[in-house]
Design a protein around this ligand. Structure first.
Ligand SMILES: [Zn+2]
Length: 373
C-alpha cells in the first residue's frame, strides 16, 4: 500500500516502515538527480555510502526555506526544455506520482476530518481568484495560496465559488461587499456555505459585517476553514478565539464548525486541525523540533525551530525543510481528541522583517485596491 493511499492518515505506527522506505528512496533520488543538492550535501560530508547507511529522518540533512527561496533546485537535468526533460528522465512519472499522492492524501484527510460530502455547497473563498497571475515575483505564492484554498473547495461539489480577491485587469481587488451580498442571498436558501481562506481576510469580513450590525444564521452544515499557505495561516494578531466568536455572532457558525488547515509550497503536506484545533502530524510527514543554536532535535514539549520532513516531492529536494517558525511538538495524548500522533503548535517566526503583520497585510490590500501595487 502506498503511503499516500493509506486510509488512516494518523496511523503512524503502522506506516513507520513505509514512511522510512519512501524517505530513503527520495533522499537517494535527489542525490542522484539534483546536482546542486548533491554538491550542497557533499560539502557537509555526505556521499553515496553514508546515504545508504542513514537510519533516521533526524539525520537527513535539512535545507532552509530561505535557501530554497533564493536557489532554484530541480531534481532533473537542466539542459533541456522542461516538458521534454520530465518525460525523458522519468520526471513525468514523478509529476504524476505527486498529483496522485496529493489526491490520496486529500481523500484520506477529507474523510477523517469529515470534510467530504456529496451535498453541493456554496464556496466563499477568502483568497486570490486563480488562473490569472500577473505580478512578477508573487506568482508562485499567490498561485500556491489559491491552489490550497481551491483544493479545499473540492471536498464537496461546488454550486458556486466566490472569491474575495478578484483579478481585475491584472490587479487583485478586495471585494468584501460582494461576499456580504452573496452571504445575504445564501442565508435565505438551504444549501450549506463553506467559507475558506486567509484568517486575516475572514477577520476583515466578519468585523465589517459586525460593524454593519449584520447577524445571519447560515444554512445547517455551513462551516469555516481558516487557512492557506503556511505564512498566510500564521499571520499574527488575528486571534483564533476572536475569529470563532465572530463566526458565531455574525454568521451563526459554532466553534465546532470552524477548523484550520495549511499547506506550504515547500512542504505540500495538508495539515488539518482536529476538533480541539490542533495540527496533528499525519503519516505523510514528520515534524522535528530543533534547538535554535545547535540544531539538535529536542524533546516533545520543548520549543525550537520547526523542521518539516516528507518524501512527497520528487521535482525538487524538499525532503527536509527547516522553516523560520518557532514551535513545539506536543505528545498526541495531551490533546484528548483521540488522534494519537504528536501535534504542532506554532509560537511565531524568527526574523521579524519577514513576518507580515495584520496591519501590513491590510495596508497591502488597501494599496492593491487603489491599484498601487
Ligand atoms: Zn487533537
Amino acid at each position: 500500500m502506498s503511503l499516500f493511499g493509506y486510509r488512516n492518515p494518523y496511523d503512524t505506527e503502522k506506516t513507520e516502515k513505509n514512511f522510512w522506505d519512501n524517505m530513503k528512496k527520495n533522499f537517494i533520488y535527489h542525490y542522484v538527480w539534483c546536482k546542486a543538492y548533491r554538491l550542497m550535501i557533499s560539502a557537509q560530508g555526505w556521499d553515496a555510502e553514508r546515504i545508504i547507511k542513514v537510519s533516521s529522518v533526524k539525520d537527513i540533512p535539512f535545507m532552509s526555506t530561505a535557501y530554497l527561496k533564493h536557489h532554484k533546485m530541480r531534481s532533473v537535468p537542466l539542459d533541456k526544455p522542461a516538458r521534454k526533460k520530465v518525460s525523458e528522465t522519468g520526471g513525468q512519472k514523478s509529476a504524476f506520482d505527486f498529483e496522485w499522492n496529493g489526491l490520496g492524501m486529500s481523500l484520506s484527510m477529507g474523510k477523517v476530518h469529515k470534510l467530504r460530502s456529496l451535498r453541493p455547497c456554496h464556496y466563499i473563498i477568502l483568497g486570490y481568484e486563480p488562473k490569472i497571475e500577473s505580478q512578477k515575483g508573487k506568482k508562485n505564492r499567490k498561485k500556491a495560496v489559491a491552489e490550497a484554498a481551491y483544493g479545499f473547495s473540492c471536498f464537496a461539489p461546488a454550486k458556486s465559488r466566490t472569491y474575495a480577491l478578484k483579478n481585475v485587469n491584472g490587479e487583485y481587488k478586495l471585494d468584501l461587499d460582494d461576499i456580504k451580498d452573496k452571504l445575504t442571498y445564501f442565508m435565505r436558501g438551504r444549501t450549506p456555505v463553506r467559507i475558506i481562506g486567509a484568517p486575516f481576510l475572514a477577520y476583515l469580513l466578519l468585523d465589517m459585517m459586525k460593524e454593519k450590525n449584520v447577524r445571519y444564521i447560515l444554512p445547517k452544515n455551513s462551516m469555516i476553514a481558516f487557512g492557506g499557505g503556511r505564512k498566510e495561516y500564521y499571520t499574527p494578531s488575528v486571534d483564533k478565539k476572536t475569529l470563532y466568536r465572530l463566526a458565531e455572532e455574525v454568521l451563526g457558525i459554532s466553534e465546532d464548525r470552524c477548523m484550520e488547515f495549511f499547506k506550504a509550497v515547500e512542504h505540500p503536506v495538508l495539515y488539518c486541525s482536529c476538533p480541539k484545533h490542533h495540527f496533528h502530524v499525519p503519516v505523510y510527514s514528520r515534524v522535528i523540533i530543533r534547538d535554535v543554536d545547535t540544531f539538535e532535535p529536542v524533546e516533545n514539549g520543548t520549543p525550537g525551530l520547526v523542521n518539516l520532513v516528507t518524501p512527497m516531492v520528487n521535482s525538487a529536494p524538499m525532503l527536509s525543510i527547516m522553516t523560520d517558525d518557532l514551535g513545539i511538538l506536543h505528545d498526541g495524548a495531551e490533546c484528548g481528541c483521540g488522534i494519537e500522533t504528536p501535534y504542532l503548535e506554532i509560537l511565531g517566526r524568527v526574523g521579524a522583517e519577514d513576518i507580515p503583520t495584520y496591519a501590513e497585510e491590510v495596508e497591502k490590500l488597501d494599496r492593491n485596491m487603489l491599484g498601487e501595487v
